[in-house]
Design a protein around this ligand. Sequence first.
Ligand SMILES: [Zn+2]
Length: 278
Amino acid sequence: MSKSKKKPAPPAPPPLPLVDTHTHLQEDGYVGDLEETIARAADAGVGTMFVVGIDRPTSEAAVSLAEAHDALFAVVGVQPNYAHQTAPDDRDRITELAAHPRVVAVGETGLDHYWDYAPHDLQEEWFRWHLGLSADCGKPFVVHCREAEADTVRVMREFAGTRADGLPPGVMHSFAGDADTARQCLELGMHLSFSGMVTYKKNDALLAVAAECPADRLLVETDCPYLVPTPQRGRVKRNEPAFVAYTLTKIAEARGLPAAELAETSTTNARQLFGLPG
Ligand SMILES: [Zn+2]
C-alpha cells in the first residue's frame, strides 16, 4: 500500500455519463453521506448507479432509494449467501418489487461456494427461481458467482434448455472467472461486468479477459462498498461509484483505446441491456 498522502488524480470525465451497474448504496456505510456520494459520482461523470439487493430488506431499501433519486435504479433479489435466511413470502415480495418501474433487473442471484453459508442445492433452487422471474418480468438478471463457475454455467445452460426463448439477458457481475468461463458465459449471451479487481496487481489474467471481451458485452461496476480500485485502494476503506472510472480507464488501456471511447461503449451497452432512459 502506498504511504503517499497525495490524492490520486481523477480520470478525465467521460463523454457520456457512466453507468455503475453494481453498488450497495443502501448499506449502512452510506447513511451519513449518500447525497455527497451521489454528487461526487456526478462530478466524476457517473450519471447512473444501480442499487442491488441481497435479500428482501435490502431490495426494498434499493427501491426506496431509486424512488427518491433520479440517478439510482434498483435491482431486487436474494444473493446466494442469504438464501437460507429467507421467509416464506419473500418470493411474492421480490416478484412484486421486480415489477416496479424503477427496478431494472433481478438479482443478485447465482452461486457462492466460497463462503458456503447456504446449502448448494438451496442456492441453486433460488438461482433457478430468479432466472424464471427474469424471464417472466422481462428484466435481465444479475449473477454473483464465487468459486462456482462450472455450476453457474450449468444452471444457466439447463435453464436455457427448458425454455423456448432460451436464457433471458443477464450479466456476470464483478466477473472473476477465467477465459474459458468468460467464453461459455458469452456463448450463453451474457454480458460481463468488470469491477476494481482488474486494477489489482497479479490480476493480469482477469485484465486480459476484460481486454478480450467483445465490445458489445462489456460493462463496468464498483460493487461498492467493496473492491476499492487502485489507486484508491489502501487510501480509503470504502469504495464508491465515483471510482468506477479507474476501472474503466484500466480496461481501456488494456484494450489500447481512449477511455472516452470505452466509456461510450459501456454506457451504450448498459442503456440497451437494462432499458435505461437516454
Ligand atoms: Zn453485490
